[in-house]
Design a protein around this ligand. Structure first.
Ligand code: GDP
Length: 297
């Protein structure tokens, strides 16, 4: 997913490391190229600018140009800074699911991969942590979406809340909570309705569900291929509903990957998981070190 950025940067770094002594101008020129490479990879302008400035400050502070291996040192500073942007304080994969039944709220736009991700995470919790999970679809506008979750539930061997026609999302959330308590479930996941765009009704509904469920985690699912839009969507959901983390889907595609960098820098929200395909096992925890490594090639 980071092939282009990675290629561009390794070109810049090759030039740097081949040179012996570096002047400050050499470093400046290289960082200008880094900045262009970041922008072309869909990293937002303020993030790219801050990134280059941070690297420049560190390079100056450490008198890189006087060092024996100036090029390598610049590359290391870039690497550390990249990791710094991507890393949150917490372990991305550790979901807060103490005090059963723990509610997890899944939010996002329609088509982002929300229902698929709900099922993928349920399967993961069941298989890796031995948790009993109940999934409920709150998408009352789209009966097909409710059916889809039920079908996935059967496929992965995870229970879904029976569908009751005519119930509103808040009532479904309450029923899920009751059923999860009575049934001895560890976790219940609420797959909220998505829409093509963020609108008042979508936000009002998600907020009403949040207020009754009091979720331990609110995970926003965004399509990683939408680049900068994914970051804007995340910012808006976080402002209006409050999210505890982001799942970037379709990272198996040929997206330019810059969204991953801007996501944390702009929203302050950690990326927790990445979706890597349509299959139920195609999800991984977000690994900042690995991503930084892939970006730098
Ligand atoms: P929702 O409307 O947000 O609930 O989206 P869905 O879960 O129905 O997903 C929409 C489509 O995207 C489906 O065909 C999924 O199989 C597909 N999808 C979801 N996540 C991924 C992913 O990480 N990679 C790929 N390639 N496809 C995905």
């Amino acid at each position: 997913m980071f092939e282009n950025l990675s290629e561009r940067l390794s070109g810049v770094f090759d030039k740097l490391t081949k040179q012996g002594a570096l002047s400050e101008d050499d470093v400046k020129t290289a960082l200008r190229e880094v900045r262009i490479a970041l922008l072309e990879a869909d990293v937002s302008l303020p993030v790219a600018r801050d990134f280059v400035k941070a690297v420049q400050d560190k390079a100056t502070g450490q008198s890189v140009t006087k060092s024996v291996t100036p090029g390598q040192q610049v590359v290391k500073i870039v690497h550390d800074e990249l990791e710094h942007i991507l890393t949150g304080d917490q372990d991305p994969g550790a979901l807060k699911i103490d005090n059963p039944p723990a509610p997890i709220l899944m939010v996002g736009l329609q088509g982002s991969g929300k229902t698929t991700t709900t099922a993928k995470l349920a399967k993961r919790l069941k298989e890796r942590e031995g948790k009993r999970v109940l999934m409920a679809s709150l998408d009352t506008n789209r009966p097909a979406a409710m059916e889809q979750l039920a079908i996935l539930g059967v496929q992965i061997g995870v229970d879904t809340l029976p569908i009751v026609k005519g119930e509103d999302p808040v009532a479904i959330a309450k029923r899920a909570k009751t059923q999860a308590s009575l049934g001895g479930y560890d976790v219940y996941m609420l797959d909220t309705a998505g829409r093509l765009h963020i609108d008042q009704e979508l936000i009002a509904q998600a907020a009403a569900v949040r207020d009754v469920a009091n979720p331990r985690e609110t995970l926003l699912v965004v399509d990683g291929l939408t680049g900068q839009d994914a970051v804007n969507v995340a910012q808006e959901f976080d402002d209006k509903i409050g999210v505890t983390g982001v799942v970037l889907t379709r990272m198996d595609g040929d997206g330019r990957g810059g969204a991953a960098l801007s996501m944390r820098a702009i929203t302050g929200k950690p990326i927790r998981f990445v979706g890597l395909g349509e299959k139920m096992d195609a999800i991984e925890t977000f690994e900042p070190k690995r991503i930084a490594g892939r970006i730098l090639g």
